[in-house]
Design a protein around this ligand. Structure first.
Ligand code: HEM
Length: 417
């Protein structure tokens, strides 16, 4: 068995802006040096192969989420971000995580996500009414309003607060690029997000809906009360939904548009064919996704003849996993019609016991968005420079200026939910 120190590994310049701007050549170089592992000097080791990520991510008994350790490592103990990060869902000890996940998982099914589609359609349509007549927009800014507006509707909060909270979520989303100078702004955002969620829960408890229906907030409050979930945990969970669902969805929508600028025939078809949008989003999640999952080794293990000692930090860049040429045929071609091998699905939502709880909501809102965007933003073209967010962290495009012809929404046939 070999030790990690015996391996000749490529040093990925993680955290450098050059890496955010264009990580692909670095991962090619890393795979040329070693087929499945690279290193990040300051922190640990980075898996570069889809198959290795798939095999290890599900092994929750050997790995532990890094959040509690990271708070100390980044000197954020006793801060709002540090408190939340050390106690939020993914950071909880296994038994507490299981209780929380089991209590709420049944509410996050594809069926429940589909029931939210009319609200999602109405939300994207309202945003497009405001943005599409302009003919030239920053598409990233536009798409940043969508997932947060959906979340506001899910918890029945008045939409006036969207812009302020969006700026906060934007700042908070950069925490996992581990750049210390960002933390003062992140703390401000955490304080405001917590206050907003506290007020939203208190308002709903005081004034439940009277029409007999139950929205996601009421469902969470009731399920939490029945399942003995503490007020603190409920607040943290809803804060987590805001954080987890915001720049992930925004970055996928922005990158999908960026990709489709080069595929006008696919974009046209998105406007016509609602069902085809499912395939486009599934392929988009293989082609690009924003996530890098971090873990510590909790129990020493051997993988492919290499020893991974306890407390080694590991990174699984899901973001680049879908373009591993060893795993996907024509990995560098964007093709929504590709035949999906069930053993080689995209892993944008991770695997194992922390696999994304919001994945069906995310998929539904992205499909609904791209269908209507393609109708209202016709013949889009790049109208300026594109910039990139840091890698890792929630990676993606920062600023996508486009020009286009405003279009009309299609009259909808009754659509399958
Ligand atoms: C395209 C959009 C999204 C992507 C790519 C994404 C990705 C992920 C990933 C990779 C994880 C695993 C993190 C880890 O193991 O460290 C995760 C977990 C999670 N996500 Fe998402 N997510 C998205 C949207 C959402 C939305 C919209 C929500 C909520 C409405 C959400 C809620 C959650 C929750 C609650 C967890 C933690 C589950 C657990 O620990 O059991 N996500 N997500």
């Amino acid at each position: 068995m070999r030790d990690l120190d015996d391996l000749d590994l490529y040093h990925l310049p993680m955290g450098d802006q050059a890496m955010g701007d264009d990580p692909w050549p670095h991962f090619d170089a890393a795979r040329a040096r070693h087929p499945w592992l690279a290193c990040w000097d300051e922190f640990g080791y980075v898996f570069t192969e889809y198959a290795a990520m798939r095999e290890l991510l599900g092994q929750d008994d050997k790995l532990r989420p890094p959040y509690a350790d990271l708070v100390g490592q980044l000197g954020q103990e006793g801060t709002p971000w540090g408190r939340f990060t050390g106690e939020q869902m993914i950071a909880l000890p296994s038994d507490q995580h299981r209780l929380l996940r089991n209590t709420f998982a049944a509410k996050f099914t594809p069926r429940n996500a589909n029931a939210l589609r009319p609200m999602m359609r109405e939300t994207i349509s309202r945003l497009l009414d405001e943005w599409a007549p302009r003919g030239q927009i920053d598409f990233e800014e536009f798409s940043s309003h969508f997932p947060i507006s959906v979340m506001f509707s899910l918890v029945g909060a008045p939409h006036e607060g969207v812009t302020l909270l969006r700026d906060d979520l934007e700042a908070i989303g950069l925490a996992h690029s581990y750049q210390l100078d960002r933390f003062p702004r992140i703390q401000e955002g955490m304080v405001r997000l917590e206050r907003f969620v506290e007020e939203t829960i208190a308002r709903r408890r005081a004034e439940p809906r009277t029409d007999g229906s139950e929205d996601l907030l009421e469902l969470l409050i009731r399920t939490g009360d029945e399942g003995d979930i503490s007020h603190r945990q409920l607040t943290d969970l809803i804060m987590f939904f805001f954080i987890a669902g915001y720049d992930t969805s925004k970055n996928v929508l922005t990158y999908t548009m960026y990709t489709l600028l080069d595929h006008p025939e696919i974009y046209e078809r998105c406007a016509e064919d609602h069902d085809y949008c499912r395939r486009v989003i599934e392929e988009a999640l293989r082609w690009f996704n924003p996530g890098t999952v971090a873990r510590y080794v909790d129990t020493e293990f051997e993988f492919r003849g290499v020893r991974f000692p306890k407390d080694t930090m590991l990174f699984f860049p899901l973001s680049i996993s879908g373009r591993d040429p060893g795993a996907f045929e024509r990995a560098g071609t964007f093709d929504p019609d590709r035949v999906i091998d069930p053993n080689k699905r995209q892993i944008a939502f991770a695997l194992g016991k922390h696999m994304c709880l919001g994945q069906y909501i995310a998929r539904a809102q992205l499909q609904e968005a791209i269908h209507q965007v393609a109708q209202r933003i016709r013949h889009p073209r790049l109208a300026g420079e594109v910039h990139w967010r840091p890698f890792p962290g929630t990676w993606g495009i920062r600023g996508l200026p486009i020009a286009f012809t405003p279009g009309e929404a299609h009259v909808r046939e009754a659509e399958p939910a």
